[in-house]
Each structure stands twice: as structure tokens, then as C-alpha cells.
Design a protein around this ligand. Structure first.
Ligand SMILES: Nc1ncnc2c1ncn2[C@@H]1O[C@H](COP(=O)(O)OP(=O)(O)OP(=O)(O)O)[C@@H](O)[C@H]1O
Length: 337
């Protein structure tokens, strides 16, 4: 399979000396849905802007659709769809007019425009509000319109920079559906995200990026399998620091869990081990014999959050779960759709 995106040894240092990305290497085959997962400031936007030729790398080579971004930036831009982090639709033109404008900008032949606009309004579920202006739309509807505008010239690759940030879960799931649809139709997708679930749902493969460097690249399942087992979480009654540390030590001293990763949590301890499922109850008994009372117990498969923690030593800072980000309530137009 040919590569849609190739990046070799890419670095980008901003004028103020910030080394935003260092030694980025990528090979994204045609038809793949590839993700860049990382927290705020990790270098995702810098990377995507460099790939679409809006920023010039300080070092390294990039080809997109076979075009070199340094020598052929115009050909790169004409052959891709790029959705920036900030939604870019004209608030005063209607949804239909916004898509028509994009058709003109990208030189879609006149004879094809009417059908293309109709199909795109359908794809993103905005046919009912085609004659309304985005100033009346919810954030989710604006993003969907934005998706339609970047697809007008049927690009073989679309670059999506945190396409669902700020949307409520329902709007997010709808957008995922459209991305899956265009990917199934053969479009290569490169997206950045800080949502673990988004990476899990949409990406065939992903790179985890931290402080400008790729720390792992694989399929979501393979990344999870590298965590080293299932995750056993135990909540203790009265989980003072002393008690959590003692429970951690007892677990570490037990033969079965000596090889696992044992962390203290707010409620008690968390153990990642290949024995978590089979021998979890033995550990509960051992802790009970040492005088602990357990108030909760859960064994689960690893998530990308566990992957992130194992790779970077930090939680992913997923806004969805930390609740840092205000959710956008649906507007009237969204509700009536
Ligand atoms: N124009 C700029 N000049 C100097 N430094 C910048 C500039 N833009 C970004 N940076 C810095 O480069 C680093 C990477 O930023 P970048 O926006 O690429 O990260 P990100 O992963 O996309 O984060 P976010 O999720 O917040 O968009 C950060 O330290 C950021 O402060």
C-alpha cells in the first residue's frame, strides 16, 4: 500500500526558541485513519499545521499525496481537506451558501456543485437547516458544516485538528459517524485528539505524543496489550496515605503481584498485572487478613488512559473525565432536528 503521508525527522522550533516538535517520523498508508493523541501543548497542532504546509519545518522532509510540502505546497493544499481547531464557517451565510462558497474556493466544476452540496448536506445531517445561517447553530452543527466545507473537493486525505473538542458527547458521536463513513469510502484521515475514547473509536493506529516527541505508535489494541495485563482497582475503607502505602507494600510482597505495577490511588490501590483477573480475590483475602476492609473492587481491561499513564507516567488529562471543559448545551435547532 502506498503512503498518503510520510514524515522523516521533522522538527519545528518557533521563532521564540520553543522546540514544539522533535524528530517526528510518520508513515500513514492510503485509507488509514491515523491519530495523534496527546495533552494540551504536546505539539499536535504544530505537527498538523506542518503536515498541511502551513508551517515550514525547521528540519526534516514531508510528503503528502506524493507532494513535497516544501517544494509543492500549493499541490499539497489542493489535494487535502484541513479542518483547523477553530471552526471556520461564515456565520452570516446559510449552510448551503457556505458549502457553495467552499466549492468555488476549491474549484469544484460548476456542473457538479448542486449535487455535491446536496450530498454533503445529507452526509452531515444538515439538509433540514440548509437555508439557515450558522449563527443560529449549536457548536456541533457548526463543526458538521465545517466538515462538509472541507470535503467539497473530495480530497483523498483529510486532516482534522481536535475536531470534537468542546462538543457534548452526543454531537461528538455524530461526528465520529461521519468520519467513519468517509474513511470507509476510502478517505485517509489524520486527526489529532486529546480524547482517549475518540482515538480508540476512530484510529486504526495512533501515535502518543508528549512534549513534542512520539513516545509510541501502534493500534489502540496493541498499545493496550503492552500495558502488561488487566487493571485491578481496590478501594479501602478509611484510605489514609499510610494505609494505602501499606496495602501497596503488602501487594508488592505477594508472589503473584510482585511483577505487576502497583500504584496508590485516591481510594486505595490500583494493580496492573497479568494475574489481576485470576488472582484478584486472593489479594483481597490477603489484605483482609492484614486488617483491611475493602469498600470496592473492580477488574477491567486496560484503556488508553492506562497506556498513557504507563508511557508517560502521567494521566492523559482527558477533559471529558476531569470535567474541566464546559459542555455545550444543544440549541433549539439541534433539538428539533
Ligand atoms: N506560535 C507559537 N510560538 C511559540 N510557541 C508556540 C507557538 N504555538 C505553539 N507554541 C508552543 O509549542 C508547543 C506545542 O504547541 P501545540 O499548539 O502544537 O500543542 P497541542 O498539542 O496542539 O496543544 P493544544 O491541545 O493546546 O492545541 C507548546 O509549548 C506551545 O506553547
Amino acid at each position: 500500500m502506498t503512503d498518503a503521508i510520510v514524515a522523516n525527522g521533522v522538527e519545528l522550533t518557533y521563532a521564540d526558541g520553543t522546540e514544539a516538535v522533535r524528530d517526528i517520523n510518520l508513515h500513514v498508508p492510503v485509507g488509514e485513519s491515523f491519530g495523534f493523541l496527546g495533552p494540551n501543548g504536546a505539539g499536535k497542532t504544530t505537527t498538523i499545521k506542518t503536515l498541511v504546509s502551513l508551517l515550514r519545518p525547521t528540519r526534516g522532509q514531508i510528503t503528502v499525496n506524493g507532494y513535497d510540502i516544501k517544494t509543492d505546497p500549493q499541490a499539497v493544499r489542493e489535494s487535502i481537506g484541513y479542518m483547523a481547531q477553530e471552526t471556520s464557517v461564515d456565520p452570516d451565510l446559510t449552510a448551503r451558501e457556505n458549502i457553495k462558497f467552499a466549492c468555488e474556493t476549491y474549484g469544484v466544476p460548476k456542473a457538479e456543485r448542486t449535487e455535491r452540496i446536496h450530498d454533503l448536506l445529507d452526509l452531515v445531517d444538515l439538509a433540514d437547516v440548509a437555508n439557515k445561517a450558522p449563527k443560529e447553530f449549536s457548536g456541533g452543527m457548526k463543526k458538521r458544516l465545517n466538515v462538509a466545507t472541507v470535503l467539497v473537493h473530495e480530497p483523498p486525505i483529510v486532516f482534522l485538528d481536535e475536531p470534537t473538542t468542546g462538543l457534548d458527547p452526543r454531537a461528538r458521536i455524530r461526528l465520529w459517524k461521519y468520519f467513519q463513513e468517509i474513511n470507509e469510502q476510502g478517505t485517509t484521515i489524520f486527526l489529532t485528539t486529546q480524547y482517549l475514547e475518540e482515538a480508540d473509536q476512530l484510529c486504526d493506529r495512533l501515535s502518543v505524543i508528549q512534549e513534542g516527541e512520539i513516545v509510541a505508535t501502534d493500534s489502540p489494541d496493541d498499545l493496550k496489550s503492552k500495558v502488561g495485563g488487566d487493571v485491578l482497582e481496590i478501594a479501602l475503607e478509611d484510605p489514609t496515605e499510610d494505609r494505602r502505602t501499606r496495602a501497596q507494600r503488602i501487594t508488592r510482597e505477594s508472589e503473584l503481584f510482585a511483577e505487576g505495577t502497583i500504584e496508590t490511588t485516591d481510594e486505595g490501590i490500583s494493580v496492573v498485572s497479568e494475574h489481576a483477573r485470576r488472582a484478584g480475590t486472593d489479594l483481597l483475602v490477603a489484605l483482609r487478613d492484614e486488617g483491611f476492609t475493602m469498600t470496592g473492587f473492580d477488574v477491567r481491561s486496560p484503556t488508553l488512559d492506562d497506556v498513557f499513564l504507563a508511557l508517560t507516567g502521567e494521566p492523559a488529562g482527558n477533559k471529558e473525565t476531569t470535567g474541566e471543559e464546559p459542555m455545550e448545551p444543544p440549541t433549539e435547532a439541534e433539538v428539533v432536528q
